[in-house]
Ligand binder design. Structure first.
Ligand SMILES: [Zn+2]
Length: 228
């Protein structure tokens, strides 16, 4: 028996590799093997967690953001008299608008959304949209550049996302907080935000952009909702 073990040891030390298992040929990687379903599920769960976290961090203030159903959201807002821009009260209101936008984690906020029916909105998003305060804005839609679909949410309609067709490029003019008249052009996210906020000044909301089928599905969802 001892001799047998010695022989086995010698075989192993000489580099003998017993073939216990037939080696499997390497499978070629294709799309179906590289995209793992469990990774997709993990990604979806993570994004859901991030979204919930964003909602948890959401807070109003210093101004209260009104929600769908409040009649102010449906009014056509009034022009701001130019001699009002430099008043202390109006400047303080602009500061509150900026602070409320920052706290809301949104990228744009119009005065009607805080219950003030005036033609004012503010916008800011990272480095792509510098903080801009627009008083009495006018928007020219540059139709020759075409339209694109944009998925949008609204601080006044929590948890709702709507796909809206927006012009790709716009030209817009406004008075800034010092009373200076400014004209700008925008494309991308800034063009979308300008159109969304300008809609608010005319009493238009993202749900007004739904097509007939989407409105029908929305209605079915509404009537089928549990009453609590
Ligand atoms: Zn909105």
């Amino acid at each position: 028996m001892t001799a047998f073990y010695t022989c086995v040891n010698v075989y192993f030390e000489l580099g003998y590799k017993p073939k216990f298992k037939k080696q499997q040929p390497k499978r070629q990687k294709n799309l179906s093997t590289t995209i793992k379903p469990h990774l997709i599920i993990a990604l979806l769960l993570t994004s859901q967690l991030c979204f919930s976290q964003r909602l948890a961090n959401y807070q109003d203030g210093p101004l209260d953001i009104i929600k769908l159903g409040d009649p102010t959201l449906r009014q056509v807002a009034q022009e701001v008299p130019l001699d009002e821009i430099k008043t202390e009260e109006f400047q303080s209101f602009l500061d509150d608008m900026v602070a409320t936008l920052k706290n809301s984690k949104g990228v744009g906020l119009a005065a009607p959304q805080v219950g003030i029916s005036k033609r004012v909105f503010v916008m800011k998003s990272g480095y792509s949209i510098p903080l801009t305060i627009l008083i009495n804005p006018t928007v020219e839609y540059l139709e020759s550049f075409g339209k694109k679909l944009s998925t949008e949410g609204c601080l006044s309609i929590p948890r709702k996302r709507v796909r809206v067709k927006r012009y790709k490029k716009v030209k817009f003019s406004y008075y800034n907080r010092t009373g200076k008249f400014v004209t700008q052009q925008a494309r991308g996210l800034m063009a979308t935000v300008v159109q969304h906020e300008y809609d608010h000044l005319n009493g238009v909301l993202i749900i007004d952009h739904l097509n007939l089928m989407e409105k029908l599905l929305d209605y079915i969802d509404y009537i089928a909702a549990p009453i609590m």
